[in-house]
Ligand binder design. Sequence first.
Ligand SMILES: Cc1ncc(COP(=O)(O)O)c(C=O)c1O
Length: 498
Amino acid sequence: MANHNSNGVKNRPDTSRVRQAARELLAAVAEEIDEGALSPKAYERTLREIERLRGQPLFYRAVSGGTGSGARVRLADGTTRIDFISGIGVYGFGHSDPDLLETAVVAAAGDAVYQGHLFPGGEYLKLSKALLRHAGKQMKHVWLSISGSMANENALKLILQKHAPADRIIVFEGAFAGRTLAMAELTDRPSYREGLPLRGNVLHVPFFDPSDPHSIERSVAALEAHLKRHPGRVAGMLFELIQGEGGFNTAPREFFSALMECCRSAKIAVWVDEVQTFARTGELYAYRTFDLEEYIDVATVGKALQGSAVLFRKAYKPRPGLIAGTFAGSTVGLAVGARIIERLESDGYLGAEGRIAVLGRRFERRLDALRKRLSRQYRRMLGNRSDAGFCSLRRIRRNRNGDRARGVRRGRHGVRNGKQSIEDSHAASREHDRRRTRSGLYDARKSHSARRRGAGTLDLIEARRRICDRGRASTQDPCMKLPCSFNQVPNSSNTSGR
Ligand SMILES: Cc1ncc(COP(=O)(O)O)c(C=O)c1O
């Protein structure tokens, strides 16, 4: 029953019989998960046990229940939250996307849990080709790995080997590159490398400052000063086109192109870290959204890919032995990554007028409009919730496909990051109902009568989702409609989200 792709490489069987069996398995698993919600006490015990084993508290005090639906994720206690951080950028199509789950189940039903560079399979080839298909003419090679940090390690090694003995790397202030020893040094957060031995080879350039009319000149001058002070010693510059860790910062194309021109004149590598921006700006690669393709020598991707990779020009091909590693990725991760790219291509997500770009623009517009209507207290909630992650969803509702959203069995709610109590959440809801009535966004009486019927009320975040939903033709892929403010188009100014 195996089929073959255009290279004659054997793909995993994906006939309707196999898909049907996968669906049945998934339904059985979901049913059991549904029945197995933890009591509040057991849930708290689980949280505490995880924290004890880790030796430090969880950043978001939540334990996954193993299912979800689009933007909603079910916790182990049976409650449902809206995942506004998309699992830190990894659930591009939302939680429990049926097609991706089926792809995962089929991919998992084989001997190789992981695929290695010594013994790759069909999924490895399929994903490599899909990544290169969008990377532009100059990108000739791709090397798969498991985490964003590992892809960045490989990128750094390619760059250092090609430019040896140059060993300095230029990064932006506020940069984040990962958690390995080398990446902790490229990351502009001293607290992330406390106590670590440093090589001292990192030089900083200020990121774009929209309040400074001379921001571009200032950063270019800083770059040129480094190049002058370390002649022949700078190997490359690392670009994050949209910063995440340093705040949601981006810049107009001219900012990046001016710096990249400098790198090109100095013959140093232009390395773009797309671990976070991958598949989130309207193109697979943000450097294409920003029209910077001609400058890029090395690019790294991760997160939404369900694995990671470094892509590079021919000139950066490593000598044998420089990069390797036992694992290239889990078979499930490779298969799902390839399927994600396939769907982005075939379902109209990509391009300036594709679904990601259009919905991103709409989301920003409506969030701005909502922010104007809210009091300072709630404006702060909207503007600064990036530290909250999970937001409360306290209503059993039917989605537009007629399915009953799972969870909220015990009517427990409230933002679960320890910052907002259940009572606060009640008060917020009442205040918000009042405002929605005034602004015509939502009829609070409906919500109160629904509450009397035992259905609970919509909360602030749900209202926000409804606003975003208005006018949408389709209800598919709700997470894609709730981008984490990454759909920034080129030439727009900084939209710091923090
Ligand atoms: C820009 C950027 N680079 C690298 C990484 C590291 O990726 P990982 O956590 O998969 O190692 C991240 C993760 O947040 C990131 O945002």
